[in-house]
Design a protein. Structure first.
Lengths: 147, 468
């Protein structure tokens, strides 16, 4: 990844990919839903793969992607010549802003998409990344492509 | 030579490589050789203490190293080690929630962590009546994230004296709709789930299994035993409460930690022996006290604080304003939770609402209120005997009826004439059926039961009568 790529502050998302995230987030309600974001290059999300939220105690306010699911999805991205760009997760009845818990687990170099779900209905979606160690989330522009 | 797979976010610290060949005959040796090769990885893999960070998992050929021999797991040629970053997150309390629960958050026994736990928790209320009303209101106000309610009744005017989750505008409508509207208005941050059904041996386990705590607010023994048994099979704490007239009881039956309801009362009481609130009355504020205790116990259990009311039966007497505690022990002969248990699955009881069907003659002859009115108007000789209590008689009565309370019936048989046909009547038709049973034993044969009692009379014949 070049420095220019790392500084990209716009995330492009196809309409069908957005719809897939909205559908899965609504389906997971009242639990948090989550999934992986794959694409050819930084900031270009081509595919959103739903993953099971494996949090058992508190699935309504927590999400966990199992290590096995992470390995599988990264292997798939590598095999298809795509990049694992990051992950999306939903906030049931909560704003689409990353929480302090989200920050604790965030990795530099992985994109975080957060979608609010209100009473089972998907609402706002926002994109974030962590520009450096110990830095807060930085909001990215989200551009929805019609195709 | 083992190979290490670098996760996407760390590849830029490994020369943009997905895989790095390393040396090392154990996992810890491999990590050391990887860091020698790619020193920029160090802060991402190791914490300040030099140990592998909590947020990093290591897998060898698809197995978690901690399920193998940890960092000492031996490695050989061709083994593949995968570095897996932990991917997780979640929501915190919103600013509105923090403002709402401020008085909880400042208590060291609750704090923001405890409040989050309440939000993650779930309580199932059996019944949206006297006990379920205050219990559900306080649980909702306290922020218990998911509240389920089982009830199939509609709001009746006579409920409003104590069932404070409902109000006058909901009379005639389902209690669940009323309760859901009220609780959602009180706290919009919750899920209120409703089950418009009676609890049965068929559905009890399915409904209860997804809840952390069950609050028993039932008014009948059938459901109480069913709730107790289902909680035992599911190992869920059962917060018990019961009320009658001026007295209430509460306890927590927590499987494997203390006794269950059957340790106290192995089998339901003889049918009809224990009157229900509909028959015996209840002080309106009494369920407020007991339901409040049940909500308190549920919240303590969810937070894991204090001493739960396990192995203790709390007795409350409103008239003397006194609380008493009885020690309860697990019964070594309990038919449900002891080593001598005989109950291995849920069962239904014939007893319902304290009514003993065996006391009611199978060949009971009934008359409807409308028919009775017609026959009286036609001049037929049909004396009506009201077997209710004098204080019930004072509320409403059918004109011309004679009061003979059920308890005094056996002493007043001489007042009956076996050549006449009597219409026996009470509030709803249950006690009058028992009276017919007694009179038949004494040799009387010409007896009709007024179907639905004075309530039916008020509905079909004289709407001006007050009912209770």
């Amino acid at each position: 990844m070049s420095a220019a790529e790392a500084a990209t502050s716009t995330v492009r998302l196809g309409r069908p990919t957005l719809e897939a995230i909205r559908r899965e987030a609504g389906r997971a309600y009242p639990h948090e839903g989550c999934g992986a974001l794959l694409g050819p290059a930084t900031g270009e999300v081509e595919e959103a793969l739903p993953l099971p939220n494996t949090e058992e105690q508190a699935p309504r306010t927590r999400f966990v992607v199992s290590a096995r699911d992470y390995i599988a999805v990264e292997d798939e991205a590598d095999a298809r010549g795509l990049r694992l760009l990051g992950f999306w997760h939903s906030h049931p009845d909560h704003p689409a802003r990353p929480s302090s818990t989200d920050r604790k687990y965030a990795w530099e170099g992985l994109l975080t998409l957060v979608i609010a779900v209100e009473n089972g209905e998907p609402r706002d979606i926002t994109a974030w990344d962590v520009p450096g160690p110990d830095q807060p989330f930085r909001q990215l522009d989200l551009s929805i492509d019609p195709t | 030579m083992p190979v290490v797979k670098i996760p996407t976010p760390l590849r830029r610290f490994a020369g943009n490589r997905a895989e790095v060949p390393t040396s090392g005959d154990t996992v810890s040796g491999l990590v050391a050789s990887l860091l020698a090769e790619c020193p920029q990885l160090r802060p991402h893999l190791l914490g300040d203490d030099g140990e592998i960070r909590n947020f990093v998992n290591l897998f060898v050929n698809g197995e978690d190293v901690w399920a193998l021999s940890g960092l000492e797991t031996p490695l050989g040629d061709g083994d593949k080690v995968t570095i897996v970053p932990a991917i997780a997150g979640g929501t915190d309390l919103s600013n509105e929630e923090i403002a709402r629960y401020a008085r909880h958050l400042i208590m060291p026994e609750v704090t923001i962590e405890g409040q989050k736990r309440l939000k993650e928790s779930s309580v199932l209320l059996i019944g949206a009546g006297g006990l379920g009303s205050p219990a559900s209101l306080y649980l909702a106000a306290a922020g218990v994230g998911r509240i389920g309610i089982v009830d199939f009744d509609v709001v009746d005017e006579s409920n409003l004296q104590r069932q404070i989750v409902h109000d006058t505008t909901w009379v005639g409508k389902p209690k669940l709709d009323s309760a859901k509207a009220r609780l959602s208005a009180l706290n919009p941050h919750l899920d209120i789930e409703t089950y418009p059904t009676a609890l049965t041996s068929e559905n009890a386990l399915v409904i209860m299994k997804d809840y952390d705590v069950v609050v028993d607010g039932t008014d009948n023994f059938e459901t109480r035993y069913l709730t107790n048994d289902a909680c035992y099979f599911l190992k869920k704490p059962n917060v018990y409460g019961s009320i009658f007239r001026f007295e209430g009881q509460a306890s927590v039956f927590w499987p494997d930690r203390g006794p269950c309801y059957r340790c106290l009362y192995p089998e339901p009481p003889p049918p009809g022996m224990v009157p229900s609130c509909a028959e015996g009355g209840v002080l309106g504020v009494l369920p407020g006290v007991i339901g409040g205790i049940q909500a308190t116990e549920a919240i303590k259990i969810l937070l894991g604080i204090g001493e739960p009311l396990v192995g203790r039966l709390l007795l409350y007497d409103a008239l003397s304003m006194s609380f008493e505690q009885l020690k309860l022990r697990r019964s070594p002969d309990c038919p449900l939770c002891s080593s001598k248990a005989t109950i291995t699955e849920l069962q239904d009881y014939k007893v319902f609402c304290g009514i003993d069907e065996t006391e009611i003659p199978a060949d009971l002859e009934e008359i409807t209120a409308t028919e009775l009115k017609q026959r009286l108007d036609a001049g037929e000789d049909l004396p009506i005997i009201d077997v209710r209590e004098p204080h019930e008689w004072a509320i409403c009565r059918i004109e011309g009826a004679k009061l003979v309370p059920l308890a005094s019936l056996s002493e007043r048989l001489h007042e009956f004439d076996s050549s006449r046909t009597y219409v026996m009547q009470c509030r709803s038709g249950v006690r009058s059926a028992k009276a017919i049973s007694q009179l038949r034993k004494a040799g009387f044969r010409r007896l009709l039961n007024l179907k639905g009692g004075v309530l039916a009379w008020a509905q079909e014949v004289d709407p001006s009568l007050p009912t209770y």
